[in-house]
Design a protein around this ligand. Structure first.
Ligand SMILES: Cc1cc2nc3c(=O)[nH]c(=O)nc-3n(C[C@H](O)[C@H](O)[C@H](O)COP(=O)(O)OP(=O)(O)OC[C@H]3O[C@@H](n4cnc5c(N)ncnc54)[C@H](O)[C@@H]3O)c2cc1C
Ligand SMILES: Cc1cc2nc3c(=O)[nH]c(=O)nc-3n(C[C@H](O)[C@H](O)[C@H](O)COP(=O)(O)O)c2cc1C
Length: 783
């Protein structure tokens, strides 16, 4: 077999090694355009898990690599004169040059042919090769040449970065967030061998310009960085090696294989440097290719297997990298944060590290995070314990005069079980049990302002006396038997009205018994849905009056809070999104125009609703589709509602149009809450695939939302909050006297269960290489 590998970076060399081990008889040649020791960059970083993989696949190169590595366990975050260190991270660094020399030596030893200064312009010279590996890096000429086939998508990110080195020793992966007269600069730095560290500097394009970095030579820009970070460099040099300022390209390719050619490493996909996974991904690609070549009957089958088997892993890493890079791009959002909360945000930015996880690794740090959170709550007039504070989830919050005992919320969820809008026994038990379960705030399902405002025939309403009486009974029960507050969500279905119950076909039009529907524009939801009537001024006035009348009824029922539903493609949302609003009058066109009617309704409700009671608005912060609402629009929408007196923005997303493409995942809507909260400076509630109290605490402690709503988890567990309180030992959740024995039992057992669980986790976690090294070099205790 003949294998040609274009590119002698980590991907190409490691693929050559693994393939040669597998097929000693094969002729494997690596073509590298540079000289053997001619490499750009400074250090690379691997996690312990990646090194485990290297150990398994090629012990000799693993041994060499690990002899040369610098290990560290801590991440240190420097911000506004403070430093916070978190241990247990298990990373190691190595010089890129040394890594390549080790891989070259190992490849040579196995009989791989290495050709340097051998740039390849055209792969046609490899017609006799059975396999051609395209490992030619981020600017892959071959990916570009076959662009129509590989379909690369290149997302050039806005921040500028430059990769430099230094002689400054470091004992932790170090992030420095540096305020300057021009704006924020970030350094990502780590040591990779004795006396050498990698320094990646990053800044936003405006700060870059203001700092005069544009057009400076490598040396001049290194001098500028040395001035900015001089206080930390302590006289150590900054070193350059092709350290040009660039924008990071996030590259994704639709296809990785063409005939007998396969893309590997950066050539096929990149991952932002802030998660330090580029070289790891490149070498793990080589592992995946070698595995596929080992198991598949033909080269063609192997390449298919490589692409199919590897894609999910790469996309997951890219998603984590995306989330992380967005955090760094928007670091100014958090600049005014307390340094402890800021450091917590840095640590938890990419979802893998959470509040609980940090509690195990760095309990003192998390206690400080809790204390800072509690101090902020205390500063708002609550008499909470700041020395031994409860976890953020159990801290109170005030909106106008409404006080919530904790930050957990039952999200609004339609039960589709009302008769002519009248809630029944099911609703009574449903809301009552969730209130007893301990959540600080309970939302009603979307409660419709009139019969024709319903989504389905099973939707609840508040347009007549009978409905008002039933809601009053529910509210009274909640108030009499729990500490929960209850918020009335008012809405109008718009073009999604007159549709079937959820379990009969969500959003599908009713076959009989329907009613006429309204919207901003006459666009049906499904092609076969009813074409809605475009609202005229008369209809707008009638709808506004119905909203106000329902709010008046809500006031009489004793609801604590009122939410206006402007999300999910319903009537008011249909005005806000350009995808559903095609109007040419003053209610269509610009965002300000599209917001006009929803704001009018909000203002009318605000005037009718008691001044001491809060109001929220639910928005879809993105339509998840081209041409629709984006996160930036959501900030503008939130600002407009804040000016009109909103106390909380309930940040949901999507459900505007059928062909949207949401990117689901854990806590997938939280980044929008983060953006709205920290850019528009308004309190937010986040929601969406948040399933654990650990996630709730992570979100709150990082300042990404003020309240956290859970929908589906509460459908199966009314006592989610009480159970979480027991787990965290936060004895601040009220329980009715009838249930006290149950509460006492779970609080008692949870202490032991939690201890067992933590012990198991600690035992299951292997020692990091840094810990093992520290142990091995520890002097023996004197006898
Ligand atoms: C600022 C910065 C910081 C980074 N930090 C880290 C980090 O901390 N940890 C980490 O793991 N990764 C890091 N990376 C990423 C890492 O450098 C790459 O992801 C990794 O090197 C990818 O390996 P590769 O083999 O796919 O590509 P490369 O290492 O780019 O290798 C491609 C090789 O192909 C050669 N080549 C290109 N075209 C041709 C041709 N036509 N003919 C012959 N040869 C050719 C090139 O000369 C090069 O040697 C960082 C990247 C940047 C930009
Ligand atoms: C059965 C069901 C009914 C829902 N009804 C409403 C509703 O009436 N009003 C609303 O704003 N959101 C409604 N939602 C959306 C939820 O409030 C929540 O945003 C969504 O379920 C995502 O959160 P989760 O992942 O915690 O479930 C509903 C969701 C479900 C599952």
């Amino acid at each position: 077999m003949k294998i040609a590998i274009i590119g002698g970076g980590p991907a190409g060399l490691y693929a050559a090694i693994l393939l040669k081990k597998q097929r000693p008889e094969a002729e494997i040649t690596v073509y590298e355009r540079n000289r053997a020791d001619d490499t750009f960059g400074f250090g690379v970083v691997f996690s312990d898990a990646t090194l485990d993989n290297f150990e398994k696949y090629d012990p000799p190169s693993y041994r060499h690599i690990t002899q040369e590595f610098a290990y560290w366990d801590d991440i240190a975050v420097h911000f506004r004169g403070t430093v916070h260190r978190v241990g247990g991270n298990g990373f190691c660094g190595c010089s890129r040059r040394k890594l390549l020399l080790i891989l070259q030596e190992r490849a040579r030893e196995l009989g791989v042919i290495l050709l340097f200064e051998a740039g390849v312009d055209d792969e046609a010279r490899f017609t006799d090769a059975d396999l051609v590996v395209l490992a030619d890096g981020i600017n892959s000429r071959f990916r570009e040449k076959y662009m129509a086939h590989f379909q690369p998508e290149v997302d050039v990110r806005s921040n500028m970065f430059a990769w430099m080195g230094s002689t400054r020793p470091l004992d932790a992966f170090t992030f420095i967030f540096q305020e300057t007269e021009w704006g924020p600069f970030i350094a990502h730095a780590y040591q990779y061998e004795v006396g050498r560290s990698t320094w990646i500097f990053e800044t936003d394009p405006k700060t870059f310009k203001r700092a005069g970095l544009e057009g400076l030579s490598e040396k001049q820009s290194a001098d500028r960085m040395a001035e900015i970070f001089g206080w930390f460099l302590e006289g150590h040099q900054l070193l350059t090696n092709r350290s040009m300022w660039r924008n990071f390209p996030m590259i994704r390719s639709k296809r990785w294989v063409k005939d007998n050619m396969v893309l590997l490493g950066d050539a096929k996909a990149t991952a932002h440097f802030s998660i330090g996974s580029g070289t790891k991904l490149a070498m793990e690609d080589a592992i995946a290719l070698a595995d596929a070549m080992h198991h598949a009957p033909t080269v063609h089958a192997a390449l298919q297997q490589y692409e199919e088997g590897r894609r999910e892993e790469v996309e997951k890493a890219q998603h984590a990298a995306d989330v992380s890079l967005v955090w760094f791009e928007h670091v100014d959002r958090f600049w005014s944060f307390d340094p402890v909360q800021f450091a917590f945000g840095v640590m938890t930015r990419a979802k893998a590290i959470t509040y609980d996880n940090l509690t195990l690794r760095a309990p003192d740090f998390v206690r400080e995070v809790d204390r800072v959170f509690a101090k902020q709550v205390r500063a708002r007039g609550f008499d909470v314990d700041v020395e031994k504070p409860v976890a953020p989830m159990f801290q109170p919050l005030r909106l106008r005069e409404m006080e919530l005992a904790n930050r957990a919320v039952v999200s609004p969820m339609c039960m589709y079980s009302a008769k002519e809008g009248v809630p029944g026994d099911f609703h009574f038990v449903h809301y009552g049990s969730r209130a007893i379960g301990g959540a600080g705030l309970i939302f009603t399902e979307m409660t419709c302002i009139s019969r024709d405002a319903r989504i389905t025939p099973g939707c609840a309403g508040l347009w007549n006396e009978e409905q008002e009486a039933v809601w009053r009974r529910i509210v009274d029960f909640v108030h009499a038997n729990s500490a929960a507050k209850i918020c009335l969500q008012l809405g109008h279905a718009g073009r999604k009205g007159a549709t079937k119950l959820m379990w009969d076909g969500m959003d599908r039009p009713l076959e009989e018994g329907g009613w006429d529907v309204l919207s901003a524009s006459p666009i049906p939801y499904f092609p076969d849905s009813q074409v809605p009537r475009e609202m005229d001024r008369v209809a707008m006035d009638a709808v506004k009056a119905a909203f106000v009348a329902a709010a008046e009824r809500g006031k009489r029922c004793g609801f604590d809070m009122l939410e206006l539903h402007c999300a999910h493609g319903y009537l008011l949302a249909s005005f806000i999104s350009p995808l559903t609003n095609r109007r040419t009058d003053s209610y269509g066109g610009s965002l300000a125009n599209r917001l006009r009617f929803p704001l009018e309704v909000f203002e009318a409700l605000r005037a009718a609703w008691p001044a001491h009671k809060p109001m929220s608005v639910r928005i879809s912060a993105t339509d998840w589709t081209e041409g629709g609402i984006t996160g930036n629009d959501a900030v503008a929408i939130a600002r407009a509602f804040a000016e009109a007196g909103v106390d909380l923005v309930d940040v949901s997303t999507g459900q505007t149009v059928r062909d949207a493409q949401p990117v689901y995942g854990r806590m997938f809507q939280t980044p929008f809450s983060d953006q709205v909260r920290n850019e528009a400076r308004v309190a937010t509630m986040c929601v969406g695939n948040i399933t654990t109290a650990d996630q709730v605490n992570t979100i709150l402690a990082a300042g990404r939302a003020d309240l956290v709503a859970l929908g589906r988890p509460h459908l199966v567990d009314p006592s989610f909050t009480l159970k979480a309180a027991a787990w965290y030992g936060a004895d601040v959740v009220l329980c009715p006297p009838q249930y006290l024995p149950g509460k006492e039992q779970i609080f008692r057992n949870s202490v032991r269960d939690r201890q067992d669980f933590d012990d198991l986790k600690i035992k299951a976690k292997p020692k990091t290489r840094a810990e093992l090294k520290a142990e091995a070099t520890k002097p023996l205790a004197a006898e």
